[in-house]
Design a protein around this ligand. Structure first.
Ligand code: IMP
Ligand code: MG
Length: 173
């Protein structure tokens, strides 16, 4: 796999523009209340920082990492690799995800996080592949709905490659 196999799906300007719009919507909805952003490592790091730059200055950042399931694994196999530093109890938590595919990762996370009694829990994802959904989840903010393609860049990888592209590309099959 090399960079010649990566085609542009959403260019840098369109990604930035959309993230700014999402942030404006979020600021409006939360009325500048302090939000705890929960960044899901590693894929959401680029999206999180770009989004957070446009959010209220009272925004907090937390990071978690979960093991992704491989093919053949069941949803219950998802494990927490890195947890938040501070408690999310009574906080207004916004999960920031790079992409929702089957929905299994987020559905696991939402169930687990709800038990910690946040004041509110919402989901913001840069990308969503609706055709691939296996588990129903309510997503509050979606950057782009995309077709069933494997995407890279803007935090997303294929075997740890191409995360640092400043646009969203896809791998041509
Ligand atoms: P889900 O649990 O099936 O919704 O998968 C979500 C996770 O799978 C995302 O957070 C990504 O880490 C990864 N993923 C799903 N689709 C893609 C893709 O097209 N490119 C890169 N990673 C992906
Ligand atoms: Mg991810």
């Amino acid at each position: 796999m090399n960079i010649d196999d990566v085609k542009v799906l959403i260019n840098k300007n369109d990604v930035s523009k959309r993230i700014k719009e999402l942030a404006e919507q979020i600021n409006k909805d939360y009325e500048n209340k302090p939000i705890t952003i929960l960044c899901i490592l590693k894929g959401s790091v680029f999206f999180t920082t770009e989004l957070a730059k446009h959010l209220s200055p009272t925004t907090n950042l937390e990071f978690i990492e979960v093991s992704s399931y491989g093919s053949g694994t069941v949803p219950g196999d998802i494990k927490m690799l890195k947890d938040t530093r501070d408690s999310i109890a009574k906080k207004d938590v916004l999960i920031v995800e790079d992409i929702i595919d089957s929905g299994r990762t987020l559905s696991y996370l939402v169930n687990m996080l709800k038990n910690r009694k946040p004041n509110s829990l919402k989901i913001c994802t840069l990308l969503s592949k609706p055709e691939r959904r296996k588990v129903d989840i309510d997503v509050d903010y979606i950057g782009f709905e995309i077709p069933n393609k494997f995407v890279v860049g803007y935090g997303m990888d294929i075997d740890e490659k191409f995360r640092n592209l400043d646009y969203i590309g896809y791998i041509e099959e």
